[in-house]
Design a protein around this ligand. Structure first.
Ligand SMILES: Nc1ncnc2c1ncn2[C@@H]1O[C@H](COP(=O)(O)OP(=O)(O)OP(=O)(O)O)[C@@H](O)[C@H]1O
Length: 255
């Protein structure tokens, strides 16, 4: 498969006696939104952490844009095109929104991160390209109106969009979104689904973990379902919604 951003083969992760992921395999293509769903404790966060390099997988293979990334640091994986957000916002409250996003983009530059944030870059052309990219991301994530506000003064919902914006600034080939809708109200979730679709439309792959099923069913092209660390189903939202094993393990009859 040459047209694959991320390919996961027989991934396993154990914590002592707990097998958190068992023989998990799936692939994500450019411009595709893949949902990873399942009950609490089914292995979703463990999967994202293993992909991002927070800890090594126990066995199996992770291919990012055709390169095996086992053993690589988190930072190396970001530089190779894998970015992520976290369930909790990690921010610099004294930075402006624009500065924090710019900092997220400096992983692709050769100059010092803070040199770019404070306009001290010696590499003027790449610095200028980054500033253009940051403006595009501010527009895409709806953060342009608060671009010059300090991060500590924006709403918690805007901080969640800022996490996505900061990850996007690294120009990822794939972005991993860990429960992006947590704490958002209805109109903010609508903005989130529009943002996810806009990211996909730029050709960036998206892997999204989420408990909010209406959002998952709306934005995902395909869904992988985990239960007790194993994949129990994979398919389109319509297929997953009607899958008896998924209904029994997770969805119930209401979706
Ligand atoms: N660092 C750890 N040490 C020991 N066990 C862990 C660790 N991290 C996760 N686990 C266990 O691995 C299993 C999978 O947990 P994980 O957090 O990946 O599930 P999840 O699907 O993300 O759950 P949730 O929806 O509640 O976030 C659980 O049994 C959990 O207790």
């Amino acid at each position: 498969m040459t047209d694959t951003v991320l390919e996961v083969d027989n991934l396993c992760k154990s914590f002592g006696g707990v097998q958190a992921i068992r023989d998990l395999s799936f692939a994500v293509s450019p411009g595709e939104v893949l949902g990873l769903i399942g009950p609490n404790g089914s292995g979703k966060s463990t999967t994202v952490n293993a992909l991002a390099g927070v800890f090594p997988a126990t066995s199996g293979r992770i291919m990012l844009c055709g390169t095996q990334v086992q053993g690589m640091t988190e930072h190396a994986r970001v530089a190779m095109g894998l970015a992520r957000t976290f369930q909790t916002a990690s921010i610099f409250p004294e930075f402006t929104v624009r500065e924090q996003i710019t900092l997220g983009g400096t992983v692709t530059l050769t100059l010092h991160p803070l040199a770019s944030v404070f306009g001290l870059g010696r590499h003027a052309s790449e610095d200028e390209a980054l500033h253009e990219r940051v403006q595009e991301i501010l527009d895409l994530t709806g953060l342009a109106p608060v671009a010059e506000q300090t991060v500590g003064t924006i709403s918690s919902a805007q901080q969640r969009f800022l996490m996505i914006a900061t990850a996007l600034a690294a120009e990822p080939r794939i972005i991993l979104l860990d429960e992006p809708a947590a704490g958002l109200v209805s109109h903010e979730r609508k903005m989130l689904s529009e943002t996810i679709k806009a990211i996909r439309d730029r050709g960036t792959a998206v892997l999204v973990i989420e408990h909010h099923m209406a959002l998952i069913m709306e934005v995902c092209d395909r869904i992988v379902v985990l239960n007790f660390g194993s994949k129990i189903a994979e398919g389109t939202p319509a297929e997953i919604r009607n899958n008896r094993a998924v209904i029994d393990a997770y969805l119930g009859e209401a979706v």
